[in-house]
Design a protein around this ligand. Structure first.
Ligand code: 0PR
Length: 379
């Protein structure tokens, strides 16, 4: 560290490190993908701007506002409030923090009712906020059981959570019903659409899965541009029906140019907003529809191939996530890893899980299926 090193040598070191990363074409376990080229360009141009001090970067701040406008439009509420987060984890933590601030709940008593399938970011949120999670069981199709949610609610419940696109199985909860429950009980409902938010609106029949602000009980939504939105990492979106709800997060920051802050991070990159703005403007609904329709066609291809091998699916894919029961899924995953294929496994039930992101093309699927056949023959 004492003496600096020449640029050329460092660039070589960086190249070496970059080459050791797994190329996306071998990855069926990730919810991220190669960002769109225009997102990369925007990211590079804005990497030095800091939205933690937005009055110094008014241009970047205007891109963030435009992103929230476009995300709101996608989620049936063009007037939604919100900000660009670092991803689903920050959005989920902040949504629960909002609910806790609004209810002025007793520390240590407050609870949140959510599906068993909800992402582990809610566990992080619960630890940080000092609230208890009450996880409701799922039905046979791995959607949350709404009656069970209703039974878990008591006077210390401060919010409900529903998931549009579960991490493991890509299932969508019955959010219309949960929205009704939230209204009956006067509770804040947060929808985690970190994954499904950029998929469901672009399906052939999006009205089959109503999940966003068109449902009157939905108060906040997490939607991640760095997953199916084709933006750069980190880019998340947290949107609110009511600006006043977001204001519950307000922290005064006297010495900053903006005086108040809502975000969890203080200093935060403007590149997230710029990249998301660029790719959403460039693709438009039409572009995303094309991408999602390709992913869904490839999902069907993978599903059909695995069924033809005599394997049993956990559920029929709702979004672009495929899960199949295989004997000893952990061992299968390890054998595939030896062949340089990256897939994940689920626990309940145990299954092989594959996310059909845009980089998982027809060719990738055919090559993967051929290798999976070899692995299953010997396991
Ligand atoms: N909500 C849902 C429904 C999610 O699936 C995830 C992440 C989150 C929230 C949290 O989002 P951030 O990770 O952006 O904070 N789901 C994936 C997971 O945890 C994320 C992921 C992405 C994992 C790429 C691996 C990977 O290679 O499994």
């Amino acid at each position: 560290m004492e003496r600096g090193v020449e640029e050329e040598r460092i660039l070589e070191e960086l190249e070496d490190a970059a080459r050791r990363n797994i190329p996306y074409g071998r990855v069926l376990s990730s919810m991220c993908t190669v960002p769109h080229p225009i997102a990369l360009k925007a990211c590079k141009r804005f990497i030095v701007s800091n939205l933690g001090d937005p009055k110094l970067f008014p241009g970047t701040a205007s891109l963030e506002r435009a992103c929230i406008g476009m995300l709101g439009e996608l989620l049936h509420l063009p007037s939604a409030s919100g900000y660009i987060t670092t991803g689903g984890t920050e959005s989920n933590i902040q949504a629960l923090r909002t609910a806790r601030q609004l209810k002025k709940a007793d520390p240590g008593r407050a609870n949140i009712v959510l599906p068993e399938s909800a992402h582990y970011s809610f566990d992080k949120a619960a630890q940080m906020l000092g609230v208890t999670l009450r996880r409701a069981p799922l039905d046979d199709e791995l959607k949350v059981n709404v009656d069970a949610m209703r039974e878990l609610i008591d006077r210390d419940t401060i919010a409900l959570v529903a998931v549009a696109g579960t991490t493991e199985f890509g299932q969508v909860d019955p959010i219309e019903e949960i929205s009704g429950l939230a209204q009956d009980e006067g509770l804040f409902l947060h929808v985690d659409a970190a994954f499904g938010g950029f998929v469901i609106p672009f399906l052939e029949d999006p009205s089959r899965y109503r999940f966003d602000f068109e449902l009157p009980g939905v108060m906040s939504v997490a939607i991640d541009p760095h997953k199916m939105g084709m933006s750069t990492i980190p880019s998340g979106g947290l949107l609110y029906r009511e600006e006043g709800h977001m204001r519950a997060l307000e922290i005064s920051a006297q010495y900053l140019t903006s005086q108040v802050q809502f975000s969890l991070a203080g200093t935060r990159s403007g590149a997230s907003a710029a990249a998301t703005y660029a790719v959403m403007r460039h693709l438009g609904r039409e572009g995303y529809r094309r991408i999602v329709s390709e992913c869904m066609a490839n999902t069907k291809l993978l599903y059909d191939r695995l069924k033809a091998m005599g394997l049993e699916p956990v559920i029929k894919p709702v979004l672009n996530i495929v899960t199949f029961k295989v004997p000893d899924a952990q061992r299968v995953r390890k054998r595939l890893c030896d062949m340089n294929w990256y897939v994940s496994t689920t626990s309940r039930p145990e299954a092989l899980r594959m996310v059909v992101m845009p980089h998982v093309t027809r060719e990738v699927i055919e090559a993967y299926v051929a290798d999976l056949k070899k692995v299953l023959d010997v396991v």
